[in-house]
Ligand binder design. Structure first.
Ligand code: NAP
Length: 277
């Protein structure tokens, strides 16, 4: 089963954070494969816009508003998705938030908001979705769970300590779960975008010189979907300079410390206002 392509044609998918950015772009990729989508977010307006774009691309979309960081909501959303779609083939854990800055300057409430949305919510949504995904996997072998982690999961960037912790956490969760699901027909993949041009990045001022060169969101989403179809497990869409830093970090983490030292204050100034909570 693993050697074959993951067939995404006409699949029933739940996408969290589908009203904007990467979630919207991934939804449109699925729509162009005739997908039937269940779109989740807190605001109805952006979700309705995504739903209209999905229809234009040849997919169908159902919309539900929910704060998936709230207690009981991941389970409710998954149950409604499975009921409306008559099952579930694909779960995309995309919704996420960020608050950057020196750790002492991040409010405890923002720390908890990041952990709840980026880590707790996708784990609970995945747990709730598994019976449906297993059923689909047993039927056709093309079920999948995809998380949108971050390049911050691969290199601990200063001023992104909590964000990086949540993203590294979900990446390791995926890796373990993929092995737990061997033979089930449910593939598990993690994507690691570098800076991507989305609403999340509007409050961030760091550019390519600081390792935050941005990629267009449609390009990133297309690359993620193509890699998922190839059954890749770790999908890295970072630009070459950040991959270089990642490779150096694997070989010699203290060399990364040294490389970042002269840029530290500039980086702090550029990212301290970065907040999407
Ligand atoms: N952009 C980047 O540079 C980048 C890089 C690496 C990884 N990522 C990751 O990619 C994912 C998508 O981010 P993005 O850049 O596309 O950001 P975005 O445009 O801010 O999208 C986040 C989406 O999540 C929804 N959302 C936020 N809180 C929610 C909640 N509590 N419950 C349900 N939905 C919620 C938002 O809609 P509502 O406000 O209506 O709820 C929004 O549509 C995130 O996990 C992010 O960490 C982004």
């Amino acid at each position: 089963m693993n050697a074959t392509r993951l067939d995404l044609d006409g699949r029933r998918s739940l996408v969290t954070g589908a009203g904007s950015g990467i979630g919207r772009a991934l939804s449109l990729e699925l729509a162009s494969r005739r997908g039937e989508l269940f779109l989740v977010g807190r605001r109805e307006g952006p979700l309705a816009e995504t739903a209209a774009l999905v229809a234009e691309r040849g997919g169908t979309a159902h919309v539900i508003t929910a704060d998936i960081a709230a207690e009981g909501e991941p389970e409710r959303v998954v149950a409604e998705a499975a009921a409306r779609l008559g099952g579930l083939d694909i779960l995309i854990n995309n919704a996420g938030n960020v608050r950057a800055g020196a750790l002492e300057e991040i409010a405890p409430s923002d720390i908890l908001a990041m952990i709840r949305l980026n880590l707790t919510a996708p784990i609970l949504a995945t747990r709730a979705a598994l019976p449906h995904l297993r059923e689909a996997g047993a039927q056709h072998g093309n079920a999948a769970i995809l998380a949108i982690a971050s390049g911050s999961a691969l290199v601990g960037m200063p001023f992104y300590s909590v964000y990086g912790a949540t993203k590294a956490g979900i990446a390791k969760f995926d890796e373990a779960l993929r092995r737990e699901l061997i033979g089930s027909g449910v593939h598990v993949a993690t994507s690691y975008p570098g800076a991507t041009d989305t609403p999340m990045m509007t409050s961030q001022q760091a550019g390519a010189d600081l390792g935050f060169g941005r990629r267009p969101v449609e390009e990133v989403a297309a690359e993620i979907m193509a890699a998922l179809e190839n059954r890749q497990s770790d999908i890295n869409t970072q630009l070459p300079e950040r991959r270089g830093l990642q490779e150096l970090n694997e070989r010699d983490p203290l060399a990364v410390d040294a490389a970042l030292t002269p840029k530290l204050e500039e980086l702090r100034a550029a990212v301290s206002g970065h907040r999407s909570i």
